[in-house]
Design a protein around this ligand. Structure first.
Ligand SMILES: [Fe+2]
Ligand SMILES: [Fe+2]
Length: 276
């Protein structure tokens, strides 16, 4: 496989027609036999990959170039997830605009060529596969819940179902109820993942204000959580379940890693990926 083939495989598994804005190939590799797969690559990781003779360093989070500069575009995916969950388009769009306001200036300010320039200097192939892996992970979580939830489930039941996924079982972090209580009825629920980053206050609010009782995030910022708790009550009827960043990211990464291995690529996971 070459780096293009690896990206094409990720898109196929994610049912995506084109490379999302937060993903891309910084330095291509014509032939990949051994790949190193991590989450938060820095210069040290590039050197490790180079020194150990890997053909490519595949990183989950955006590495630079357009995957960092165009990153905010994937935040629009929150609108799709909210609408699928029954949130009216105008409310979903307002939530996205609020997220864009928060993230666009940071993306614009980023030193986007640092890692790619180092990869070029080292002649070390480098690529970022972010949204395809997260979309795969979102689907695994969503489908696992749909398949195994008992009737009239509580929030506690949903956590027990998610813990069947090996990555959650293996992770040091546990799935936590950050708002609401585990005895709450699960009610109408939505898994918000695979949309750049967590939807913070605006996306959870759009969901809670339009009939959704439980929101699943993989992570949430403390300031956004505080605002949600102030509005809906720390132990109220609306529940925010946070599944854990690295465990959740690993779910989608591992689906891709397994498929690469069946195609003859030797893949080593490092840098936090939970290899299950
Ligand atoms: Fe992710
Ligand atoms: Fe992540």
């Amino acid at each position: 496989m070459d780096t293009q083939g690896i990206m094409a495989l990720a898109l196929e598994l994610a049912h995506q027609a084109e490379i999302p804005a937060d993903s891309g190939i910084d330095v291509p590799a014509p032939s990949v036999r051994r790949a190193l797969f991590g989450i938060d690559a820095d210069s040290g990781d590039l050197l490790i990959a180079k020194q150990l003779g890997y053909d490519v360093l595949i990183n989950h989070h955006p590495t630079g170039g357009t995957s960092q500069v165009r990153f905010p575009e994937v935040l629009r995916r929150h609108r799709v997830l909210l609408e699928l969950a029954g949130v009216p388009p105008d409310a979903a769009e307002r939530a996205v605009q609020s997220l864009l306001e928060e993230h666009e200036s940071a993306a614009h300010a980023r030193n986007y060529d640092k890692l790619p320039s180092e990869a070029r200097l080292l002649a070390m192939p480098l690529m970022a596969i972010h949204n395809p892996c997260d979309e795969i992970g979102r689907r695994v979580m969503d489908e696992t819940l749909r398949a195994h939830l008992p009737s009239n489930p509580t929030v506690r039941d949903s956590i027990a179902v998610l813990n069947r996924i090996p990555e959650f079982n293996k992770a040091l972090t546990k799935i936590v109820v950050r708002m609401g209580k585990d005895a709450n009825p699960l009610g109408k629920w939505v898994v918000i993942h695979g949309a750049g980053t967590n939807g913070g206050y605006p996306v959870a609010k759009a969901a809670f204000d339009h009939g959704i009782d439980t929101v699943f995030y993989i992570h949430v910022d403390a300031g956004h959580l505080r605002r949600l708790r102030e509005e809906y009550g720390r132990d109220g009827r609306r529940s925010l379940v946070v599944t854990g960043h690295i465990a959740s990211d690993s779910i989608g990464i591992n689906v891709l890693v397994r498929e690469m291995r069946t195609r003859g690529v030797s893949v080593d996971c490092f840098g936090g990926v939970l290899d299950v």
